[in-house]
Write a protein that binds this ligand. Sequence first.
Ligand code: SF4
Length: 389
Amino acid sequence: MLIEGTVLPDSVELAESAASRVAAYVHIPFCRQICSYCDFAVVAGTDLADRYVAAVCAEIEAAEPFPGRLSAVAFGGGTPTALGWRELERVLGAIEARFGFEADVEMSLEANPEDVTPAGVRNLRAAGFRRISLGVQSFDDAVLTALGRTHSADLARQAVATARGVFDSVSVDLIFGTPGETLESWRSSVSIALETGIDHLSTYSLTVERGTPLSRAVAAGAPEPDSDLQADEWLLATELAAEGGMIRYETSNHARPGHAVVYNLVTWGQGEYVAFGNAAHQHRDGVRSWNVRRVDRYLERIERGEGAESGREQLDRWESEVERVMLGLRRAAGVILGSAGERLLASERGGAALEAGILGVAGDRLMINRPLLGDEVSRALLALAPADC
Ligand code: SF4
């Protein structure tokens, strides 16, 4: 039963096979300026860029290779294109030398529209990147201004057109729920994004994160995002994307067939990935670990020849099983039931979620039919008593 929006069938094989692949992530923390809503581990300007590239390469060279080659490499941030293509190529080269790439490896980077030039994207493509994800956020200038973004809707359209001529796969990120945005403005942004012929669309709700300028403004009386409107906007985007031929393969992500992001599927499939840079999180050998958050501390640690790890967590078998179901439920393809899924359905809260159509079962798979209510399912999972598995 599909209740919230139109969800096209996803590829179960793709979701499950991604879990056995390995991937790498590189965090590039530099941005032109810090957006009012952002709580990522970023810094304004590129003063530290040379030291950072050298440190990331050193971290990569010190890492233990996987037995197999990488299926996906993702550069995120921050703004990877705050660095020049030669620096990005150098980091990519260090990863290939250390880990090796599968023949069809997905090499992806995030970029802001103002960094997209014809020569720039040709250089990035020549450096090896085949997929680009553009942080457009809106095609409404008033919304872009409210978000504090430095590009215009026209520039964003040009950036998408320029990127489409060069990369194998082009994605656009949009944010919904900016105070002042209307449902019609959101409809227009999603429609324009789809009309540009992109291959992938990510839609995220604006959230007020503690410690950001936005949260201080809201505390001082500025309007905050309207959660009811955000729910309507999520539904609308899902419907428009489906009408445009995209598969909603995860709560916030839609793709044309063949353009689902392998890196994302590895992470949601509890697969293994290494990660480099400040605040980078990785998962390998059953351990989740993360690096120091601040760029200056990251540089100091690496330049002293120390590791940058600041914390780690080893899940026991039950915790890992619960995590497998929680992550897997983000995908439209759902997750194999397993012991946590079966215990969830047998619990009072899980049974009620099934009865209400929030959860669905197809064969041996469990899925969420109403992703906007996914938090309730997560709470029900975390409340389960540990069991042998
Ligand atoms: S461009 Fe993106 S990563 Fe950089 S400050 Fe703005 S929201 Fe954060």
